[in-house]
Design a protein around this ligand. Sequence first.
Ligand SMILES: [Ca+2]
Ligand SMILES: [Ca+2]
Length: 125
Amino acid sequence: MSAAAVSVERSAAYWPLAQKAEHVWLDCQSGYVCVWADSHYIGRRLQFASAGLRAEMADYSFHDKMSSWRNRNSRDARWYHDENGGGASRCMNNGARVSDLGPGSIFDDGDKMDSLRVYTNSTSC
Ligand SMILES: [Ca+2]
Ligand SMILES: [Ca+2]
């Protein structure tokens, strides 16, 4: 094994998780509400941008998969446990993000999202 290969392995192993997350959530470009299948902004990503949009996760084979999100849209958004805006819901303030919805987190919201809406302004929730 070359010295260069050892160096790469070590840097990967010692890379702090926060720094890794910082890197990957940049995958969500300005203007989008992004949701990821895994915590810490990893895994399959969906992104939405349109004002007033309502999306059903079943349409994207994303039923009960979201484990992290970031809102880089200029508007608020909201996600729902059930289809068609049903069940418990959580605000996604514009500019905010949550790195780990669970299981085991405060609200234990991981893998529960079935629908999402993007509001038309930044003061809806
Ligand atoms: Ca998940
Ligand atoms: Ca659900």
